[in-house]
Design a protein around this ligand. Structure first.
Ligand code: CMP
Length: 139
């Protein structure tokens, strides 16, 4: 059982609806430890770089536009099998397909406004945490 890092972003729709506390409560309840936390607005450059893997997808422009449309909360999370734990509590990308009692089922409003982002692999967990946090910002 490996101690892993993973990144969660509470997206603009969930921040605007005052769901920050409820989402962090669910993440902690799933066995994840918050080791870094930032609140702010992504620049276009941040969002384009962060989601660069999707740059050729039809939804890329809209994704960047949505992620820069309001405040986000960025969480560096740690735990045993943290990537899978985060993906399980987060639920499927499309909130309509997300299992009951997952974050996206409860707080997602559509495939874009799906309440949270989460790293999809151990490697991306490491890279995505490093994208937003310096080592000294992780507790
Ligand atoms: P996220 O986990 O932040 O990673 C990429 C995001 O693209 C995804 O969540 C969705 O919010 C968004 N997205 C928009 N349209 C689609 C789509 N058709 N398929 C997958 N992701 C999409």
């Amino acid at each position: 059982m490996a101690l892993e890092k993973t990144l969660s972003i509470i997206k603009p729709n969930a921040v605007a609806k005052k769901n920050i506390g409820a989402i962090i409560h669910m993440l902690e309840g799933a066995g994840l430890r918050v080791m870094g936390m930032k609140m702010g607005n992504l620049t276009q450059r941040d969002a384009e770089q962060f989601y660069a893997i999707h740059k050729d997808r039809a939804f890329f422009k809209e994704l960047v536009s949505f992620m820069t449309s309001g405040t986000v909360v960025i969480l560096a999370l740690e735990g045993t099998n943290a990537v899978v734990k985060n993906r399980d509590i987060m639920g499927a990308t499309d909130p309509k397909k997300a299992a009951p009692n997952t974050i996206r089922a409860k707080f997602g409003e559509g495939i874009e406004a799906n309440a949270v982002h989460g790293s999809d692999s151990v490697e991306n967990g490491i890279n995505e945490v490093a994208f937003f946090f310096a080592e000294r910002e992780l507790c």
